[in-house]
Design a protein around this ligand. Sequence first.
Ligand code: GLN
Length: 492
Amino acid sequence: MTDLTNLTLVQAQRALHSGECSSVELTRACLERIARLEPCIHAFITHTPQAALEAASQADLRRARWKKEGGSMLPPLLGIPLAVKDLLCLAGVRCTCGSRILENFIPPYSATAVERLLAAGMVVVGKTNTDEYAMGSSTENSAFGPTHNPWDTGRVPGGSSGGSAAALAARFVPAALGSDTGGSVRQPASYCGVVGLKPTYGRVSRYGLVAYGSSLDTVGPFTRTVADAALIFEHMAGYDRHDATSADLPVSSTCLDDNADLSGLRIGVPDEYFIAGIQPEVTNAVRTAIAVFEAQGAVVFPVSLPHTQYALPVYYLIASSEASANLARYDGIRFGARRDADNLFDLFSRTRGQNFGAEVKRRIMLGTYALSAGYYDAYYGQAQKVRTLIQRDFDKAFEQVDLIAAPVAPSTAFRFNEHLDDPLAMYLEDVFTLPANLAGVPGLAFPAGFDSAHLPIGMQLMAAPFREDILFRAGHAYQQITDWHQAAPSLP
Ligand code: GLN
């Protein structure tokens, strides 16, 4: 039998359906691989092997009963393993957000995205590592230690959803969930050589995703192929009455054509994303990929997103301001850790002072400052105005093109500690991903080559709001005639 851990989501679905393997066999193969390789990767904060095997055997029973007796359709992803970023609630399993302050927090409910995938039959094998409260680009800000990049364990997997990205690259699971506020799905997907989707803001419910920057937060999947991303997305997206910002628009089931013709598709290439300072191999790989799209019939021409240079400061003002408001709830009284004291002030300050990490404190201070009386207009208010200009750039561009092509990150995976003492250098890893969050548009990252150190290079396509279907069509067509996504890191 083929190594079950190599199956993509679509292949796993077929193998289970045809009886080639059972869910218990598939889940056990994943759990065994995790047990063997996790010491050198550390993709997970919490493992749930018992619950996974239990769910897998229930799935097998259900399938067997259905084969014998028929009846209503089986859940579409029945018995397929899934890993979930530890920022999304799963009822009854602790949700740490990579923070000491939530080390023992057990949510009583599941996030809508998780709930929908459970309803679709998926089997959760564990909660993956993340930078504390998703603030970071390397997982080095996790209170539980960093995740290692499967392509080179001396390097970061990217972040903040680095655990989920590494889990995909290491063949621990065929799919995982992450969250993307400024690039946290796309950038680690790029560093780990896998596929990552940041959906349109409002497309996937944020209910049960622990809030970081509420106007920017999105929940997105990691997979190894674009077809897999389309499949899982279809089952997690859509209106949710628990999230007031979720969009009440239909989610069509994506039927991907294996013929790689992209005739007539208009792809815009923004100069602002091909600036000096990018690793030349990244630029070359992305330009080569754009030529592949062209050869498939796409029309490629330049577009301009003139306010791109302001995205970084605007993002860090808005994200930090929203974070400072969102994190005010961790006061030692309602949630998580508590450090007792004689008076309320000391209780707050000890609880927060001793349990939040350095980066989280930096964001809280920055955000509180930007929101404070006397500075609000100059910082937060100004940032909101410039955000509107950035959104208009995208609106205008999408009047001319169907897709925008760009790098995901300016470099491939960096070494541990390389940016740790220089927050600005860390923030710069997100220059090409933040604009999509500010504008609310969807972005898809997928592998498009390797650098000379054999580290994966990712490319990014962005589309107009709610046009994930175009991203899937183009990305799938690309993967029909290239094989970057099939490369696997060599692990023992
Ligand atoms: N690295 C960015 C930040 O630290 C983005 C993180 C994210 O998307 N969650 O804010």
